[in-house]
Structure formats: C-alpha cells, structure tokens
Design a protein around this ligand. Structure first.
Ligand code: MD3
Ligand code: FE
Length: 216
C-alpha cells in the first residue's frame, strides 16, 4: 500500500502510453464516480456477483457479474458470452447510461471513436483474489478495443506479450484509472496479482474492475 500511494502522489501526466495500442487515462473515472457506484449497485442487485467455475472445475477467486446485451460466463463447458445470466435464466441488466458514456468517452480519447460496447464484465476482487495470465479472445472482433475501469483498492496489473512465456511488466492501477487496450495490445497476455488488504472510501475492502467490450 505504501508503495502504491507513494507512486500515486508523484503525479505526472494523466495520459500515459503503456505500449503501442495501450493508453492509461489516470483518474479519468473519478469525475463519474458517484453515478458509477449508484448504477453498479443496481446492476449487482439484479445480477448478483458470483464466483464462476473454470472449465477445469476451479472456483474463480474474483467474483463476477455483467451488464449489457451479452455477459461473459465461465463454467465446466468453457468460456463464452451469453445473453442470459445462468443464475436467473434472465437477460443481464441493461448497461447503465453512466457506464456507456464513460466507456465511449475514454475510447474516443484513446483514438477509438465509435466504440459501442455490448458487454460489461464486473470483476470484484477481495484480498487475495487474482487473475492468472490470460488473453481475452472470446470476442468476435479483435479490431475493437477493450476499455477497463478500476475502482477502489489499487492492484498490480501484469502486462505481458503475445506469448504466454513473454516477460511481463507490472503496472499499478488505482481508483478511477481507465485503460484502453486496442490495436497491437489487444491480444497481449495480462493478469492481476493477488489483491492486498486495504480500505477504500468507494468500495470498502474491495477492488472493482469494469471491462467494456464489443463481444458480439
Ligand atoms: C490487456 N480483467 O476481465 S482489466 C478480464 O483488472 C481482465 O479485472 C483485469 O483481464 C481486471 O479479462 C484486467 C485490464 C485489461 C483488460 C483486457 C485486456 C487488460 C487487457 C485485453 C488485452 C490486453
Ligand atoms: Fe482479461
């Protein structure tokens, strides 16, 4: 935590290019925070966060839900997008206007005007929760970027290459940071180190990540 806070206070440019195609907009979501948190509560009331199973049968440490026309799901049958929440057999909640506005505004800033996400995955990390190195390849069109929004506790993001064995860079992500991953960055391996204990005014003991995608 000390490490994260020290680095944060250094300030620096708000738009940072991480790699070709990957742009960090530091604290970009803070201006939208109140509306985002209210709308997030409504989404997870309708589609509660749950720990999905990997195809191998392991319970994911990150709790997930979705909003939008399509939701990302994992179970013994594999990873896929589905229009229905398997927990309720109903459609996922609609994507709130506050979510859509943030995602399209961030994409435009990063050079992807016209981004129209149809899927928003909500990831909730508790202390110890992590995401192992993976690629996002369940979407139809890899020419479309992914927009990610970090809320609450900070996390250490791992950014790899196009091969699983490539060296990874560590990028700390803080409350309100938005990252747009497109072009040559779109299929790079990535993951999140185990969340450290802490408290944040917006989310308590958690980190929330929203990822916006054109899935269908
Ligand atoms: C880089 N989520 O849900 S967001 C995921 O913080 C996922 O919850 C992480 O990876 C999280 O699939 C990371 C940042 C992210 C998302 C998609 C990417 C980085 C990416 C796709 C390609 C390259
Ligand atoms: Fe991912």
């Amino acid at each position: 935590m000390e490490l994260f806070e020290a680095r944060r206070e250094e300030g620096g440019p708000t738009h940072q290019s991480l790699a070709p195609g990957a742009m960090v907009l530091r604290a970009f979501a803070v201006q939208h925070e109140a509306a985002l948190m209210v709308d997030l509560q409504k989404v997870i009331e309708q589609a509660p966060l749950r720990h999905m199973l990997t195809p191998g049968g392991f319970r994911m440490s990150v709790a997930m839900s979705n909003c939008g026309a399509l939701g990302w799901v994992s179970d013994r049958r594999g990873y896929r997008y589905d229009a229905l929440d398997p927990a309720s057999a109903r459609r996922w909640p609609a994507m709130p206007a506050s979510f859509l506005a943030l995602a399209t505004e961030a994409a435009t800033r990063a050079g992807f005007a016209g981004f129209r996400p149809d899927a928003c995955l909500v990831n909730r990390y508790q202390p110890g929760a992590r995401l192992t190195l993976h690629q996002d390849r369940n979407e139809r069109d890899f020419a479309q970027p992914i927009v990610s929004v970090s809320l609450g506790l900070p996390a250490m993001f791992l950014f790899g290459g196009t091969q699983r064995s490539d060296k990874t860079a560590r990028v700390p992500l803080f409350h309100g940071d938005v990252v747009v991953w497109g072009g040559p960055a779109r299929l790079r391996f990535h993951g999140v180190l185990a969340l450290e204990d802490g408290h944040h005014a917006a989310t308590g003991g958690h980190r929330i990540n929203l990822t916006f995608r054109c899935a269908g």
